[in-house]
Ligand binder design. Structure first.
Ligand code: URA
Length: 193
């Protein structure tokens, strides 16, 4: 089976999920989008209003910031894979609860196992802390962190700030842009290995 076929199959399973209460209050599951063979995977927090309407991650105002950043490093959205730690929109865009993140984690793990990205870019503290519960984004952003996950083996994380946080704080925006600019070199290094 190709990665694309595996993801289609997994999407069907995720769309039927009702393990936590989020599914009851959202319009649809936002599984993920992009290249099933991507070298780089971006993981956000949870779908917002627009994402919930369209079923695609990062298509609202936060997604536009991300699109600008892709343009700045000459990467196309279609080349990467985008998803969230929670696949369903929390009511009123509230932060996802620990139990919601925990229930959704196995789906993310399966997506990572299929795509096997060379680098996982976590966007914001929720995505970072779902891999490394004690890590502080202010300390680890912009650094490659190699971790071992029982079901996945070695994974390379590249934590950066969340684009929504970058929108509201000028200093965070500067760090976000600085970290984003490092991505092409990381991909190049990984290709050569
Ligand atoms: N849209 C998403 O899909 N994820 C986020 O984290 C924010 C906006």
């Amino acid at each position: 089976m190709t990665n694309s076929e595996k993801l289609i199959q997994l999407n069907k399973q995720v769309s039927a999920c009702s393990k936590c209460a989020l599914r009851k209050n959202c319009s649809r599951v936002v599984f993920g989008s992009g290249n099933p063979e991507a070298q780089i995977m971006f993981i956000g927090e949870a779908p917002g209003k627009k994402e919930d309407e369209l079923g695609i991650p990062f298509v609202g105002s936060t997604g536009r910031i991300l699109d600008k950043m892709f343009e700045s490093i000459r990467i196309k959205r279609e080349e990467v894979y985008l998803t969230n730690i929670c696949k369903c929109r929390p009511p009123e865009n509230r932060d996802p609860l620990p139990e919601e993140i925990q229930e959704c984690w196995p789906w993310l793990e399966k997506q990572i196992a299929i795509i096997k990205p060379k680098i996982i870019v976590t966007l914001g503290k929720y995505a970072l802390n779902s891999f490394l519960p004690k890590a502080k984004i202010s300390e680890v952003h912009g650094k490659i962190i190699t971790i071992n996950i029982p079901k996945l083996g070695e994974v390379k994380l590249f934590p950066i700030h969340h684009p929504a946080a970058a929108r509201i704080n000028r200093k965070t925006r500067a760090l976000f842009e600085e970290d984003f600019a490092k991505i092409p070199a990381l991909l190049k290094n990984k290709k050569e290995q």
